[in-house]
Design a protein around this ligand. Sequence first.
Ligand code: GTP
Ligand code: MG
Length: 170
Amino acid sequence: GEIFATLKVLIIGESGVGKSSILLRYTDDDFDHDQNLTIGVDFKTKVVDIDDGKVKLAIWDTAGQERFRTLTPSFYRDAQGAILVYDTSNKNTLVKLESWLNELEIYNTKPNMVKMVVGNKIDKPEREVSRDDGIRFARKHRTLFLETSAKTSEGVKQAFEELVRKIIET
Ligand code: GTP
Ligand code: MG
């Protein structure tokens, strides 16, 4: 079928929250217990069926570790969507999303970029962030919200599809 649009989506958040794992689950339906940390920027594409059409997603995955971060204005430029990931077993990773949201404000040139806060690793029994806390954070920052597990794949496909739908209707 015909591809109607290419959308640029960023995945950001602290190191170890599972950004690359979410991407691997989504594009390859795979999971790696020993997923390497990302150096610089990684990039994958996926064609998504939405309603009667197809959309090509260009997904940019970034290093959470400051010393491996090579984020330039061109990384943020023209991104229509951003997935901001925290780890539901680590409260501090949610707190840190505040500064990632600020980065988006500073660099992103699109005023109506669609943002989604994602709480990942819900398969882990130890919880530091309740679902309600996540929802509250997302509401405060006017973003979409979902919980995921890259390990079990729960919520991963939904996250990208919800984001794409919202971008299309924005
Ligand atoms: P940086 O590249 O350093 O920014 O980290 P990242 O956010 O890309 O995290 P990454 O995907 O490398 O995952 C870090 C670790 O968490 C790896 O050992 C993964 O296997 C593990 N992990 C990722 N997602 C999940 C999940 O949903 N559940 C569990 N239990 N572990 C996960
Ligand atoms: Mg990574």
